[in-house]
Ligand binder design. Sequence first.
Ligand code: NDP
Ligand code: 2IT
Length: 448
Amino acid sequence: MEEILNKIRARNPNQPEFLQAVEEVLTSIADFVEKNPQYKRANIIERIVEPDRVFIFRVPWTTDDGDVMVNRGFRVEFNNAIGPYKGGLRFHPTVNLSVIKFLGFEQIFKNALTTLPLGGGKGGSDFDPKGRSDDEVMRFCQNFMNELYKYLGPDIDVPAGDIGVGAREIGFLFGQYKKLTGRFNGVLTGKGLNWGGSLIRPEATGYGSVYFAEEMLMTRGETLEGKVCLVSGSGNVAQYTVEKIIQLGGKVVTLSDSSGFIYDPAGIDDEKLEYVKELKNVRRGRIKEYADEYKVEYTPANSDLDYNPMWAIKADCAFPSATQNEINKKDAENLVKNGVYVISEGANMPTTPEGVDIFLKAKVLYGPGKAANAGGVSVSGLEMSQNSQHLSWTREEVDNKLRGIMVAIHEQCRKYGMEEDGFCNYVNGANIAGFKKVADSMLDQGVV
Ligand code: NDP
Ligand code: 2IT
């Protein structure tokens, strides 16, 4: 495995996030591959780490002042062994090929766990929507789609949202797709409810991450009732994570954005959550305003510190729901030291490898992103099913299906991740179960 890893490192220089994701998966599946020589014979590992194809394109657009700007667009179609390419679009200044490839690679295994027929892909741009008017965002989305539409189709490649891409952006992207192709179909998910979107899709990632935490807790005969929870981020995933934790009787005491975090020891209730939704989704303001509004503590982000004080607050559960590598080794140590024993990752790869090792050594209930945050893409898959049948299911129907899928993902993790002493290593479980489904499908379909 080390030999293959060196080859992958040499072939993908300057892609640290991608190599981080690959190393984690390959480390998890090493023994399983060793015991199953059919994968080695078909060289599945070297094939699965190489995307089917990568598109990189120029996106020119015009500001409200008439300046012409240029951004870079990406779409990685990683693997379609079990279904059409499926995965979100991220608009954030940190987006580059390494970030999109790490997300696309993770998506392959996540989508395999969902029980639905979904391949893996991801895309996005280094465009920064912050501070841009709706018109500017619209023009950017239209120009992004002017190139991307060529590669999409409801049975080919179906994007959705991710950081910086929500209901507004999906609307503009869909409008332009329709204009260019004349087709009204399920080519994007996360659509508006009036025009083909699924109920519960906005809630799905956050709700799913909390359902996953409940499943992990249930293995110890516990629930979220009364648990103190740390949530990071304040976007789509964070908001619906908070909503579900409140519904299940837990108490959320933190939220953050890239500028800092708030600490509200009394807990975020329904009214305060409504305030956050309005602040972030309508006014597009900063989380600091929450602290001003409710007179609670606000701590600005401080890059001089080698840890994030938010992860040092005493609590039972943590739901990192912002971005990759937001929990480092010291943060993981602080979490464990201060009582956190449930970590459910709403974000993709929020914990560094050194942080993951701390969680595994402490034998806490640690649900990695590709399992815990798979609820979002699962309901995207359900949106695709509804679109192809030209009908829509009720809120209750979709929520029940989501719940059932999260239970099934949890079971797969336990099937492949259970260790001799009864500790479940959900990292190994998720990676092996996801890999097995995709690798077996690749074997069935020959060397293509
Ligand atoms: P949003 O854009 O709605 O929210 C992102 C949040 O994370 C914001 O609060 C943002 O703060 C913060 N954030 C983003 N980048 C950084 C950064 N570099 N440093 C600090 N804070 C940051 O995105 P989502 O809620 O959709 O996504 C959050 C995470 O969940 C991502 O990792 C995404 O990949 C993952 N995910 C999302 C799914 C979905 O369905 N949307 C599905 C599965 C996973 P600020 O506003 O200051 O940038
Ligand atoms: O990371 C993810 O799973 C997402 N951003 C959602 C992807 C999707 O296609 O719904």
